[in-house]
Design a binder for this molecule. Structure first.
Ligand SMILES: Cc1cc2nc3c(=O)[nH]c(=O)nc-3n(C[C@H](O)[C@H](O)[C@H](O)COP(=O)(O)O)c2cc1C
Length: 362
């Protein structure tokens, strides 16, 4: 009943993706649990070293023989003035004093090497490769496809989805503005591309011929059915899985996910230099008053890393990044298997109810 074009292409039972979530939430246990029950587990590998990506893929393969995906960030090479960087370093020092860590830390590198990360994915011949923040070169897309890997890009506007289709992706994640974590926006629009899922999905569906995956605010069977009705061939759920026992999210982050409500999140550039939705913190509120220019991603991301890590060590959520979507109130601490099963059961009941309603009114 819930078979779609994508479940057939990917050879999965249910049209449910557990979102790739860089930063440690998407453990091999979480990914394998989702894939084993019939969805598609995805590793958020954007911040991982090539060695860690390889060992994670090997662990996933020990836990499941079902398809899974790995997600990377398409790299950006921002130009940032020394003045902006120095001003931010000075400003961030006050948080370092508060947390008792060294001021003016030396930053070794801003991000991992995309080419080296890709090399591991190519060697490991992964079932699904997804990406966000842009479009990789034709060489990359074709090399993946030649190895039988299904390639999935992320769009936040129709124009982005058209460019992804032209680049040859097999499917597109339509990421609405409700979504937790970083915005995948890579073409600058008039609205900062903050289009909600219910508006975005059908407009992308109408403009591309590859299957579309709805993402942003999808937490249960109701939003799964709604997404299918909008023309999506699957959903990608992130926040719904963050508080699972299998998720690697920090315990205080999990507690915030379970306690906070739909009005607790905001889109901020404060942590990373790139727009991302997370639960409001003291750090976000304070950075709203920063009068200088926030260095672009991934520079700011690297510059705040020591602060986020020190805060996590002392269980202080106010200086950690707590990425989460607007569906927050619906998050549960059930197992990943239970979340997928409950979502499917709810969707089946709803579809039946809708078809009975349709018959009565005919
Ligand atoms: C903690 C967190 C980390 C994320 N990291 C990534 C990532 O590494 N790559 C990616 O493509 N999307 C990432 N996302 C976005 C998700 O793919 C997805 O669009 C989002 O979770 C959907 O919205 P929802 O959280 O309301 O379900 C992340 C989301 C969260 C909440």
């Amino acid at each position: 009943m819930l078979e779609t074009e994508l479940t057939r292409i990917l050879k999965i039972r249910y049209p449910i993706f557990q979102a790739p979530m860089a930063g440690g939430s998407t453990t091999p246990e979480l990914i394998a649990a989702v894939s084993n029950v019939g969805g598609l587990g995805n590793l958020g590998a954007g911040y991982l070293t090539p060695e860690k990506i390889r060992s994670s893929i090997q662990e996933i393969r020990q836990l499941t023989d079902r398809p899974f995906g790995v997600n990377l960030f398409v790299p950006e090479q921002p130009m940032e003035s020394k003045e902006n960087i120095d001003q931010m370093t000075d400003y961030l020092n006050k948080y370092r004093v508060k947390l008792g860590i060294a001021q003016n830390p030396l930053i070794q590198k801003f991000s991992e090497s995309f080419d080296e990360q890709l090399q591991v994915l190519l060697e490991e011949r992964i079932p699904v490769f997804s990406f966000t923040f842009g479009i990789p070169s034709q060489d990359v897309i074709q090399a993946m496809k030649q190895r039988g890997t299904v390639v999935i890009g992320t769009a936040t506007t129709v124009e982005e989805s058209k460019q992804l289709e032209a680049a040859g992706v097999d499917s597109i994640v339509a990421q609405g503005s409700e979504a937790g974590g970083h915005r995948g926006t890579f073409l600058k629009g008039r609205s900062d591309s903050q289009i909600g899922t219910i508006a975005l999905v059908p407009q992308i569906v109408d403009n591309v011929s590859v299957p579309v995956i709805a993402s942003g605010g999808i937490m249960d069977g109701r939003s799964l059915v709604a997404s299918l009705a909008l023309g999506a061939a699957a959903v990608q759920m992130g926040t719904a899985f963050l508080a699972c026992p299998e998720s690697g999210a920090h315990e205080v982050y999990k507690q915030k996910i379970l306690l906070e409500n739909e009005d607790a999140t905001e889109i901020t550039q404060a942590y990373s230099g790139k727009a991302a939705r997370g639960i409001r913190t003291e750090f976000m509120n304070d950075m709203n008053h920063y009068s200088g220019i926030i260095p672009a991603y991934p520079i700011q991301n690297a510059m705040t890393r020591d602060i986020r890590q020190a805060a996590a060590k002392v269980n202080n959520p106010e200086f950690m990044s707590l990425w989460a979507g607007q569906g927050l109130r619906l998050a549960k601490d059930h197992s990943a298997t239970a979340i997928v099963k409950q979502t499917i059961e709810e969707a089946k009941v709803l579809i039946k109810r809708i078809s009975i309603f349709g018959k009565i009114n005919n």
